[in-house]
Design a protein around this ligand. Sequence first.
Ligand SMILES: Cc1cc2nc3c(=O)[nH]c(=O)nc-3n(C[C@H](O)[C@H](O)[C@H](O)COP(=O)(O)OP(=O)(O)OC[C@H]3O[C@@H](n4cnc5c(N)ncnc54)[C@H](O)[C@@H]3O)c2cc1C
Length: 459
Amino acid sequence: MFNEDICSKIILPFCSDYHRKRQIFNRSIQKYPSAIIYCENARDAEEAVRYAASKGMEIRVRSGGHNYEGFCIGNKRLVIDTSLLKDKSICEDTQTVRIGSGVNNRELYHYLSQYGYPFPSGTCPTVMAVGLTQGGGWGHSSRMFGLTCDLLVEAELVDPRGNLIVANDREHSDLFWALRGGGGGNFGVITSLTYQLLPKVTKVTYVDIQYSKINDGTSLHFLRTWQKWLLKKENRFTPNSRIFNSEKEGMGIFLRGFFYGTPEEATASVQPFLKICGAKASFRYVTFLEATEIDASVYPPFEKFRFAGRFVCGNYSNRQMVSIIRLVKKRARGSTYASVALYALGGKVRDLSPCETAFYYRKANYIMGIETIWKSPEVQPENLSWIHARFRCLCSLTVGSYINFPYLCTGNYMKAYYGGNAKRLMCIKSKYDPCNLFRFAQSIKPCYASRIYKIRGKD
Ligand SMILES: Cc1cc2nc3c(=O)[nH]c(=O)nc-3n(C[C@H](O)[C@H](O)[C@H](O)COP(=O)(O)OP(=O)(O)OC[C@H]3O[C@@H](n4cnc5c(N)ncnc54)[C@H](O)[C@@H]3O)c2cc1C
């Protein structure tokens, strides 16, 4: 049994707020865990893990609940939730910041901005740094400063035996390697993360370029410009873009991001995009924090969606670009928004070798994903089929999948997410979680996974 202290932090199916607390960002995923434990400190996490292990209960670890496929939750699972771990402390002497696993992007940006520091995390305000960092962590500063995981210097986590351990360059350095790109929920319950600080930044230029009511010619011109522009050695700008088909606006494109420089420098840098027919651009000279708030303003509190994200390493021919544009020409029944999403890589991301951390696809030019969003549960099957049918085409044009944008139908997922790092990750998994306590539909397999699955049954 749990001690009395932790009992007050457990949400059970008969609790009045159970149905609210079991929800995650992607509302198309509905799971019914047997209990949710809200950890208020590392001791709670230790106790929760020991309890689950002693009872043979299956665990899910959750912080922000933004995993696209809901790997943070499950039917009849014990969910260990770290969203209440909100501590933050900065040490300017060592140039580090330490945060609890319940700190989200917005909270981290606000905290660091008080001291004048930027931080290369993601665009959605409610995504938690702990989930994002473990998968790599893309954001509008990636080309300038690297992935979020590249700044991680230490993690504290509760291992499968229920012990709090530290992973950094000196202690459990193999695990530290795996936590930087291996994806969340595989090795234990992280309770805190420490990151390196960056040089202070005063202002950035928020670039927003839009093209509305576009035709295929504009999309083609845009894709050609995108792939050529990314090859420039311009680390100051990490744009993301979408070629979208929305219920409200029809076909359109946007390109956004922070430029680390003045509006004049930004305008010169993105000239090729401004030359595309119909471009409407704005260049706002704002503080780093204001730029993150502009990003944040586009996100709803939750939605129903599927998204599959893959890596692009080369350049496309016109014929291939036409197939990409065709992916979103028709929406599924009931879909309110479908898009091909592009996230620039390169710059500092590429400076590390693919095996320096577990994030393998460092040499990719960008991430390309497809997405559909819908509202009514009735149209969910059509939307799932829509993405499934297009995923094959996406795979034929790309090389591997981004673990932070997972898709359940990804075949041979170990290879897809981790490429040449898959074997090393499997060995580290076997060492730190030999009983495969932390497992879910696409978790890292231990080396002897097939034997374990036979004994315990598949997830
Ligand atoms: C709207 C939206 C916008 C996004 N934008 C970006 C973006 O700009 N850049 C980017 O790189 N990604 C982005 N993502 C993807 C996001 O980074 C991942 O979904 C991330 O894993 C979410 O972390 P979370 O803690 O919020 O979610 P959760 O679902 O709670 O956790 C994600 C994974 O980490 C594990 N995990 C959670 N907490 C812990 C813990 N304490 N210890 C160990 N494991 C844990 C979970 O088990 C799960 O596998 C976005 C996702 C959404 C839904």
